[in-house]
Design a protein around this ligand. Sequence first.
Ligand SMILES: O=C(O)CCC(=O)C(=O)O
Ligand SMILES: [Fe+2]
Length: 218
Amino acid sequence: MRALLDVEFATYGRARVQPEVMRFGVGVSDYRRDGRISEEFWAAVDEGRRAWEALNLPFDPFALCRSRLGADLPQQVEVGRHDGHAMSPGVAREPNQGFLVHFDDAQREFPGGFLDENVVCQFAFNLYLSVPEEGGETVVWRHRWHPTDDSHRPDGSYGFKEDVVGAAESFLMRPRKGEAVLLEPRNFHAVRPSKGGRRISLGFSVSMTDTGQLLTWG
Ligand SMILES: O=C(O)CCC(=O)C(=O)O
Ligand SMILES: [Fe+2]
């Protein structure tokens, strides 16, 4: 977190992500074209890796997360590959103004192919490095995408209007610094705006393959 205090964050694509969310490192969601990973992604992944290396940390934070995630599993947790290229290991995300209600499901977002392995499910990993004094809660609803939900999504936005979840049951989680969570991201979820401090987490997705291995990607 100390190293991240001095660096400039970029924003997620502003046409798709409003209000703005800041990021350090690269995520594939900004490089989706017609359901495929665009060619420019691979140069961006290299650039993201160089940016993290330039922090000169005495350890690789994403590798540490992977090794802790896999500590009790029979197979190592590794960064997933697409056509043999390693995906991004993850990003530092700063949604100070929150995330709108949305879901994440790579198999739906990338029908043109995603990881080289057969993937059977997906989790969202977040390790909270800095949390605000107020706000910044994560809300998860017992609601998964249905075709009629799209009438609640403004064109081009990653997020839905909040009425999409109707009266579905939900829980609210107040992240604590140093805590990591795995969410089922097909459940609609949102992050509330923060007050009094930055909300920064290390984030990546975790897919389970049909052999039970966990593969990560950002
Ligand atoms: O920051 C969080 O608590 C959740 C962010 C999110 O939307 C995700 O991890 O998919
Ligand atoms: Fe999400």
